[in-house]
Design a protein around this ligand. Sequence first.
Ligand code: TEU
Ligand code: CA
Length: 533
Amino acid sequence: MEWWKDAIIYQIYPRSFQDSNGDGIGDIPGIISRLDHLQELGVGAIWLSPVYRSPNADNGYDISDYREINPEYGTMEDMENLIAEAGKRQIRIIMDLVINHTSTSHYWFRQSRDRTSGYADYYYWRRGGADGALPNNWTGFFGEDCWEFDPERCEYYLHLFAKSQADLNYHNPAVLEEVKDILRFWLRKGVAGFRCDVINILWKDSLENGKKKLALTGSEHYLSLEGTHEILRQLREVLDEYGAFTVGETVFVTPGQARELCGRERKELDMVFSFEHMECDQFLVKWLKRKFRPKAFFACLTKWQKELDWNAIYLENHDQPRSISRFGSEAHWKESGKLLALLALTLRGTPFLYQGQEIGMLNFDFDRMRQLNDVESKNVERVLRRLHIPRKARWRIISRTSRDNARTPFQWTGEPGAGFTDGRPWLGINHNCEDINLARQEQDPDSIWNWYKDLAALRNDSAVLRRGTFLPLETGEQVFAYRRELEGEGLTIVLNFSGKPARTAQQGRVLRSNIGRETFDGQLAPWEAVILQ
Ligand code: TEU
Ligand code: CA
């Protein structure tokens, strides 16, 4: 029961994981060839970012056919093989379910342009104002407005993300029925569940103007509304027929809203990805960075640990910069990488590791816009240019926040192509690949990779770490200490988030230390992390 409480889940961004045919694009046969790596790491499930047919305006988050595999990634047979091969290794497959929007190349959307078709109301179509004004004043997630005029239908359609990602209209019950069929299609193939993209914004209560805000004007009309809860309960009935699992990506949720989305008795989601801890180093909007303050980060993690019975724990994904570059220190790469590993694997909740995190991959080392692919970065660049922000300043903003930081190819080896591809990679490989790669770390018993493996095994073996309660002990300027307890047993975790030494009141016998320490007297070295018994 509730296998997902005991498993470590690993996120694959298929485009950047492993290429098998030299076209520079990661693919499903590539993933299959690396399943042993994941088994060795000790993961119980893979969350696969979208592999459906898609024109790739947003790398698969713009789906044009939910029942087909993107030919760049392989065939349906490859996908079935992946499910089977992973299954042999006790690894489940979780699909990415993107149902807030479809690509404008989707059949539904193309039909929807014709008012007389059965698909006319699958999307939000509205007329603009007489003076050429947009249907309302909402602004989108990618920093631009969210209405696009369609010359064929002579109306605007709503798109909260890129303009080729049209929002589905759940006021039309046919849309939800379509989604249920898609769920059944994949569940029958043996997938274990879904990661549900921006799932708390499905229901728009009206398309009235919103209160003007710096970002996401209009969001009070769609964030975590009752209509969404109702949709989730309906989807849950289908999921329950197969015992399937869901984690929702829920933007801008408070702990209270999260409880309403994933409380057991609510029968909606199993858990949610919240964002608050990802906002500790930003100011108002994600593009404005401020200095990372560990204390605020600890307080935020503690709050969520206390307020939710079960969290989806993550420090990285395909939308966020790399965690060492952001919360750790590139100068103390190994120690801070290991410290973050210890954090990710010892909080209460299901740990989600993102590809490359297990070898301490860092942010990209690009130096100009042309090297980027991310549609969000490109949109933001356009907006900043319109605001007359000088080029250097634009690059500073974009390079630190771009989602491409997490999307550079996996560094398997130090060779050209990084063992990722024999061809030209779709996105540049980090030049640090000669130093930071799996092959090298496999040889080094003290590597980040071996540390991840060790901690994952420890967690997989330890009921205290998997199911124990969380007790905060210290949330200082740089020291975070907490305890996990279960049936009279307990472990204390102490983390020094700083290049400076520190002191702590915690004591105990050393079970793990990221600097190889054997006894502990309360003195912490820079970026030291320990588990005490
Ligand atoms: O992300 C939704 C989301 O709100 C953000 O994380 C987003 O990527 C961006 O940072 C907003 O500023 C999900 C997917 O994870 C993302 O990759 C997709 O681009 C997006 O939905 C649209 O499907
Ligand atoms: Ca390929």
